[in-house]
Design a binder for this molecule. Structure first.
Ligand SMILES: [Zn+2]
Length: 237
């Protein structure tokens, strides 16, 4: 693998590597011990028919999440995209066709991002502040480029690579999230890319437990803001 390519999946398997990652890449957001408890659920690869099921749950608990949407599905499901925003959640850009960015040209990367943003603006009348690379794979120059375009590159907490796409069962998804939960966790789950009943069921079971523990469900941008405030303007990631 070329040295300038980041494959965050490798970092998830090898925690000791994470300290070497560029600090601008959002992944583990640490909050002071005395802080209130916050968690950020992120859902990638939608919107799909599973997204409204998650939106219903989050509405029931007055909770917020971040949805990293794929442009082609934003165009296919404009009403769901709009609903995500109308209900106070955050939308992040996750490319148009979900390619591995290390295998396409810089111009193609630009096009993936721009066409997705156009779809989001058209259908949801907002623009996203965050970009998440498919599979967590990208060239370092893409980090520079997305920052020029006005995004922060947001991944997930290393130990919250839940792998719900393996269909391990709702119990396993539930366990993987709960076992690793800590203040400021960014959880990676999926509302697209396959059948997501297990994911929806796991989230449904997690809600009462995490709320009982005192967790507040916030978006990635809210979590970053809270972290910056609590750490007196100094980002500790
Ligand atoms: Zn994805």
């Amino acid at each position: 693998m070329a040295a300038d390519i980041v494959d965050f999946r490798e970092f998830c398997e090898n925690p000791e590597l994470v300290d070497n990652l560029d600090h601008r890449i959002i992944r583990d957001v640490r909050l002071p011990d005395e802080s209130e408890l916050y968690v950020c659920f992120t859902f990638d690869d939608g919107p799909t028919e599973y997204t409204p099921l998650l939106l219903d749950l989050f509405k029931q608990y007055d909770a917020k999440a971040t949805f990293f949407v794929v442009g082609e599905f934003v165009d296919e499901f404009p009403d769901i995209t709009r609903r995500i925003v109308e209900e106070g959640h955050e939308i992040g850009n996750h490319t148009y066709f979900h390619p591995n960015l290390s295998t396409i040209t810089n111009d193609e990367v630009d096009k993936e991002i721009i066409t997705t943003e156009e779809a989001i603006i058209t259908h949801a009348k907002t623009r996203s502040q965050l970009f998440r690379a498919p599979y967590g794979v990208f060239r370092m120059e893409t980090l520079e480029r997305v920052e020029e375009m006005g995004y922060r590159l947001a991944l997930w907490s290393r130990d919250m690579y839940v792998r719900d796409w393996e269909y391990p069962g709702a119990d396993a998804i539930f366990d993987r999230v709960l076992e690793n939960m800590k203040n400021g966790s960014i959880v990676l789950l999926h509302d697209g890319g396959g059948e997501r009943e297990q994911t929806v069921e796991a989230v449904k079971r997690l809600f009462p437990i995490l709320l009982n523990e005192g967790y507040q469900f916030v978006t990635v941008s809210e979590l970053i803001e809270i972290s910056e405030q609590k750490n007196a303007g100094k980002m500790k990631i």
